[in-house]
Design a binder for this molecule. Structure first.
Ligand SMILES: [Zn+2]
Length: 419
C-alpha cells in the first residue's frame, strides 16, 4: 500500500527537497492538498500516519524484480529444517512457527531488520530510497526526524543484510577482467588509540596543536614517556608528515587493495582483500572456485595473476603495461567499474571508513548488479529483500544485526599483521 505513495523516485526526491523552500502559507496549502490526495475525509493525516506506524503486518510486495517472491516461510530460520508448522500468532498479529527438529519457535518477521527498530516500515522505505538516490545521512535524518546515528545504523544494517544474503556469490564462466584498485586506508571509525600510536606512529590528522595532541594521548602520555620517549617527542612536537615511516607501517601498507573481477554477463566480484599488493596466495584464497574451466581471464602483468591462472588451468590474457588492448581483449570493463566505484565513494552518501569498506562495497555491488532497472524499481526490490520477500534459501541468511556487532567488527582485510 505504501508503494502507491512513491511517485517516480527522482520527482519524489525533488519534491521532498522542495518542501524546505516553501513559505508557511504554501505549506498549509500543500498540507490540505495532501489530505485530499490521500483521501482522508474522515481522518486527519496524523491519524493516518499513526495507522501506518501501528501496522505491524509486513507490507505485501506484489511486484518483485529478479528474485522470486516468497511471502511464506519454507524452513526453520534457526536450523533450516523443513519440518515446521504454524504455531499461532504474535501479539502484533504475525504468524509464528515451531520447528519439529530443533523445537524452537520463530515469527514470520524473525531476523528482518525492519522488525528490530522503532522505525516504521514507511521510514525504512524512505531510508532505502534515500540510500539508492544517494542522499546524505544528514538529509535522511532531517526528512525522517531521526538522529544521524540512527540513520547510519539503519544503512549499515541494510549493507550487512546484503552481505549476509549475497556475499561474493557471483561465478564467472566467460571472459573475465580482473584487476586491483588501491585505496588509502581510512581510520575513521577505528577509535582505538593504539592503532595510531603503536602501529602508525602518529596521531589522527585532525589533532593539529600541541595541546590537542597532549589531550588525545591522555593516559598514554605516561606510558610513552617511560617506554618510548623518542616517539612521544616526535608525536607532540613534529609535523604529521614526519611521523610516517620509521619502524611503523610502510606507505604501501597504508593502502588496501580492492580486488575486482567482472565478466560480460555483469557477474561481479569486488572485495577489499589486503593491505598492500596481494600476493599469489591472497589471490588464490579469494578467487579459487569462482571460475569455470572455460573461463578466460584478462589481467595486467602482475605476477600473482600468472601463478593463479597456471595453478587453476585457466586461460590467461595479459595486457602489457602501456598497451590497452590485446587482440580483442582489454581491461575496459574493470576500469569502468572502478570509475563507478570512485563516483560512489566520492558522493556524500558513501564516504567509507576502512572498517566498513566491505559493507559499502557490497552496496556498490548490488547497485551495479541492478543498474539496468530504474531507481524506483531498485527501491521496490531492495525493500522487498529487506522485508524477506526472497527465496527460502536467502531468507535463512537474514539475521538480526545489532549495533554492537556493527561497531565491534575488525578491519575486514588481511592486514598481514601490520595492524
Ligand atoms: Zn529448527
Amino acid at each position: 500500500m505504501l508503494l502507491r505513495y512513491l511517485a517516480d523516485s527522482t520527482d519524489y526526491k525533488d519534491f521532498v527537497y522542495g518542501i524546505d523552500h516553501l513559505t508557511q502559507s504554501q505549506k498549509v496549502v500543500l498540507f490540505e492538498r495532501l489530505k485530499v490526495s490521500i483521501g482522508s475525509n474522515d481522518a486527519t493525516i496524523q491519524e493516518q500516519a499513526e495507522v501506518i506506524e501501528k501496522t505491524k503486518e509486513p507490507i505485501k510486495i506484489t511486484r518483485v524484480i529478479g528474485d522470486k517472491p516468497h511471502s511464506s516461510i519454507e524452513c526453520c530460520l534457526h536450523c533450516g529444517s523443513v519440518a515446521i508448522k504454524k504455531h499461532g500468532t504474535t501479539r502484533g498479529g504475525v504468524t509464528r512457527y515451531i520447528c519439529k527438529d530443533c523445537k524452537k519457535t520463530f515469527a514470520e518477521n524473525y531476523g528482518l531488520i525492519t522488525h528490530y527498530t522503532h522505525l516504521s516500515e514507511w521510514q525504512w522505505m524512505e531510508i532505502i530510497r534515500a540510500t539508492i538516490d544517494g542522499l546524505s545521512l544528514t538529509d535522511i535524518a532531517k526528512n525522517l526526524k531521526i538522529s544521524t546515528s540512527t540513520a547510519w545504523t539503519c544503512r549499515m544494517k541494510i549493507y550487512q543484510s546484503l552481505k549476509n544474503i549475497y556475499g561474493y556469490c557471483d561465478h564467472f564462466n566467460n571472459i573475465t577482467e580482473v584487476d586491483g584498485k588501491y585505496e588509502r586506508i581510512s581510520f575513521n571509525g577505528l577509535k582505538n588509540k593504539e592503532y595510531f600510536i603503536d602501529k602508525l606512529g602518529r596521531l589522527p590528522r585532525h589533532h593539529r596543536s600541541k595541546k590537542d595532541r597532549m589531550k588525545y594521548l591522555g593516559d598514554d602520555f605516561k606510558r610513552l614517556f617511560i617506554h618510548k620517549p623518542e616517539l612521544l617527542k616526535e608525536m607532540i612536537l613534529h609535523g604529521q608528515k614526519k611521523m610516517l615511516g620509521r619502524d611503523t607501517i610502510d606507505i604501501n601498507h597504508q593502502h588496501l587493495c580492492i580486488l575486482t573481477a567482472i565478466d560480460r554477463a555483469n557477474n561481479i566480484y569486488i572485495e577489499a582483500v589486503t593491505s598492500g599488493a596481494p600476493k599469489k596466495n591472497d589471490i588464490s584464497k579469494v578467487l579459487a572456485n569462482k571460475f569455470s574451466d572455460d573461463a578466460f581471464i584478462v589481467t595486467d602483468e602482475h605476477n600473482s595473476y600468472k601463478d593463479f591462472t597456471r595453478k587453476n588451468h585457466l586461460q590467461h590474457i595479459i595486457i602489457e603495461s602501456g598497451k590497452h588492448i590485446k587482440h580483442s581483449f582489454s581491461l575496459s570493463r574493470v576500469n569502468s567499474l572502478h570509475s563507478s566505484m570512485d563516483r560512489f565513494f566520492k558522493s556524500k552518501e558513501y564516504r567509507p571508513a576502512t572498517k566498513y569498506i566491505d559493507l559499502y562495497l557490497m552496496m556498490f555491488w548490488w547497485l551495479e548488479k541492478n543498474k539496468d532497472i530504474s531507481n524506483l524499481d531498485m527501491v521496490t526490490k531492495l525493500f522487498a529483500i529487506m522485508t524477506g520477500s526472497i527465496s527460502a534459501e536467502s531468507r535463512a541468511n537474514l539475521k538480526r544485526i545489532t549495533i554492537k556487532e556493527l561497531t565491534a567488527r575488525e578491519l575486514p582485510i588481511d592486514t598481514k599483521g601490520f595492524y
